[in-house]
Design a protein around this ligand. Structure first.
Ligand SMILES: Nc1ncnc2c1ncn2[C@@H]1O[C@H](COP(=O)(O)OP(=O)(O)OP(=O)(O)O)[C@@H](O)[C@H]1O
Length: 265
């Protein structure tokens, strides 16, 4: 059943019956999932509920044992995160996957460097630094991240919030269809978290849907359009944050209360 817009919109990303076992542990147990165009979908759940495994399966980092994933209606079988990236699913992990000693521009283009013909013509193509710097500057400024002064500044010299910003801008910059953010505010202070939440809303305003994994209920309730509650390896329900309180969500998550009237999985 469509959970959004009374059946008007088709989901951009779906999963049906996703299952992943690690020996005797079932990390994902016939899990369903939907992400709709333009929305921020938060995924919450207790420790060990299977949230990371779910996003890893959606981003090609884990290959599910069973189940089906569809992107824009087409079945997909990612063999690796690179595969998922090539299809427009960008994931920003807590570790950010950046090289601290390299510059902002280098990090933004890591793995997709732009090249131009060198002195020897087409055989020896060299990095097109001016172009990469120009685009990096443009992308950061589009997302209001121009508190960063110098695009050649090493990432290690940035604050935690600025680093998170660069990672999100990188994800948003490359024709993404879906951005997955894993605990983007977990390591940040109040002010930096605020900036990152604004950035998440900016990315949404640019029409890119976001999956936000977070344990921070105030942040989730502030930005999410819908909340996928994950419990014991599967989706327990999806709730509208305007209709439930944070304590309801925590009670559902921990099994203290069952969702009433929520869309059961
Ligand atoms: N590579 C692995 N090998 C063995 N077990 C794993 C592996 N990855 C996850 N698990 C197990 O699968 C279950 C789900 O883990 P997962 O990390 O997906 O949960 P989570 O909801 O993201 O938890 P947290 O909020 O604590 O990060 C846990 O019991 C975990 O121990």
């Amino acid at each position: 059943m469509d959970q959004k817009g009374g059946g008007v919109m088709d989901p951009i990303l779906t999963a049906r019956g996703l299952t992943k076992r690690y020996g005797k542990v079932t990390a994902l147990d016939h899990c369903d999932f939907e992400l709709y165009p333009g929305e921020i979908l938060a995924v919450i759940g207790d420790n060990g509920a299977g949230k990371s495994t779910l996003i890893k399966a959606l981003s090609g980092a884990v290959i599910p044992d069973e189940g089906e994933i569809r992107l824009e209606g087409q079945p997909i079988n990612f063999a690796s995160p690179l595969d998922a990236r090539a299809k427009g699913i960008e994931t920003v992990y807590q570790t950010l996957a950046m090289s601290p000693a390299l510059s902002i521009a280098d990090n933004m283009f890591m793995g997709r460097e732009l090249r131009r013909p060198g002195m020897m013509g087409k055989l020896f193509r060299m990095l097109d630094r001016p172009q990469m710097e120009r685009i990096a500057r443009e992308k950061l400024s589009e997302l209001g991240l121009m508190t960063i002064q110098d695009i050649n500044q090493a990432v290690e010299s940035l604050s935690g919030g600025q680093r998170q910003g660069v990672a999100v801008a990188r994800a948003a910059a490359f024709g993404s269809k879906v951005i997955i953010l894993d605990e983007p505010t977990a390591a940040l202070g109040v002010k930096e978290s605020r900036r990152v939440l604004e950035l998440i809303l900016d990315v949404k305003a640019r029409g890119i849907p976001i999956i936000l994994i977070s344990h921070n209920m105030p942040h989730v309730f502030e930005v999410a359009d819908r909340i996928h509650i994950h419990r014991l390896g599967r989706r327990l329900c999806v709730i509208d944050p305007k209709q439930y309180t944070m304590s309801d969500a925590v009670a559902f998550m921990t099994g203290a209360k069952l969702p009433e009237g929520a869309e059961a999985a």
